[in-house]
Design a protein around this ligand. Structure first.
Ligand code: SAM
Length: 291
């Protein structure tokens, strides 16, 4: 499908201005504490703005369709202005998609025998990247709406025939079930939110539930796993914190942990926006690095 791409245009004063395909969006961004580069007149050109102050919601300057496409890293995504201010893709995850692609390249045809589990999978960015890299994928999200959105994204990318298992369930319920069944995975991706709800409103809070979640993940890893990729948008979950969490959860497995910040990037003159952190574990013999 032909479509326009993503670009970070500016950020500052607690907001970010982003070109998502045909539309320019102005949204909150607490971490952009610096001054914007562009004058206010440029920010006022936004087709839609989202605010959390004095009544949460979108205000539209132009007539926008209910959904529209954007191309990021060779993938097309369906976008929508959701009630939470999300639009259906987190472009800062591009580094994790590149990392998956490099894992796939280094495994070659062997990727086909490494089952990948994508937890909190949302609209499926990492699912598409893993499937395109040749991995069979199990996509897990509690929201039926997000699961169908992700499967539409797979179809739009010609991956409807790829070996993707779509599961709509609470993350810990699913992991306990896989543990009981003795199902294991060679690679796990997880992007836990600060706070979330399972299929039957089960509460997930990163501060109280992440350790248990990581232990469950460890219990369903293959004996010789290929990777675990943990990313996080919660303040306080720094790269070093993720390194400690992964090294404890994966104690006893020979491997290396790379960590860093996820970043939204625009052209050279645009200040990149820190947008979460990642920790990637892989066995020692593999030498791929996060792009
Ligand atoms: C912020 S999104 C993750 C972003 C995604 N990894 C990406 O890069 O596109 C959080 C997702 O977690 C899901 N979620 C929240 N709580 C959950 C739970 N208890 N079990 C399963 N999924 C959950 C939500 O439905 C939502 O799609």
């Amino acid at each position: 499908m032909e479509c326009d791409s993503y670009r970070l245009v500016d950020a500052g004063n607690g907001r970010k201005l982003e070109q998502f395909g045909a539309f320019l969006l102005d949204r909150p961004c607490a971490q952009a504490v610096w001054k914007p580069r562009l004058p206010e007149s440029e920010w006022r050109r936004a087709d839609a703005s989202f605010t959390r102050e004095g009544g949460t919601g979108w205000s539209f300057r132009s007539a926008m369709p209910q959904s529209w496409p954007v191309c990021i890293e060779g993938f097309v995504f369906e976008l929508r202005c959701t009630d939470f201010g999300h639009v259906g893709v987190f472009p800062e995850q591009v580094a994790s998609w590149r990392w998956l692609a490099s894992r796939g390249r280094s495994l070659g045809s062997g990727a086909g025998s490494v089952s990948v589990l994508n937890l909190f999978a949302y609209s499926g960015g990492a699912t598409l990247a893993a499937a395109r890299a040749g991995f069979p994928v199990c996509h897990l999200d509690a929201s039926p709406k997000m699961c169908s959105w992700a499967s539409r994204n797979a179809a739009a990318n010609g991956l409807d025939g790829a070996p993707i298992r779509w599961i709509c369930d609470d993350v810990r319920k699913f992991l306990r079930r896989e543990q009981r069944r003795g199902h294991t995975y060679g690679g796990i991706l997880l992007d836990p939110p600060s706070y979330g709800r399972g299929r039957r409103q089960e509460l997930f809070k990163i501060d109280s539930d992440l350790l248990d979640l990581l232990d469950l993940c460890r219990s369903i890893l293959d004996p010789a796993p290929r990777f675990v990729f943990l990313s996080c948008h919660t303040p306080g979950y720094t790269p070093l914190t993720l390194k400690h969490l992964l090294s404890q959860a994966l104690a006893g497995l020979e491997g290396t942990i790379e960590t860093g910040e996820m970043v939204l990037e625009g052209q050279a003159e645009v200040l990149p926006v820190p947008s979460g952190t990642f920790g990637a574990w892989g066995p020692n013999k593999e030498s791929d690095h996060v792009a």
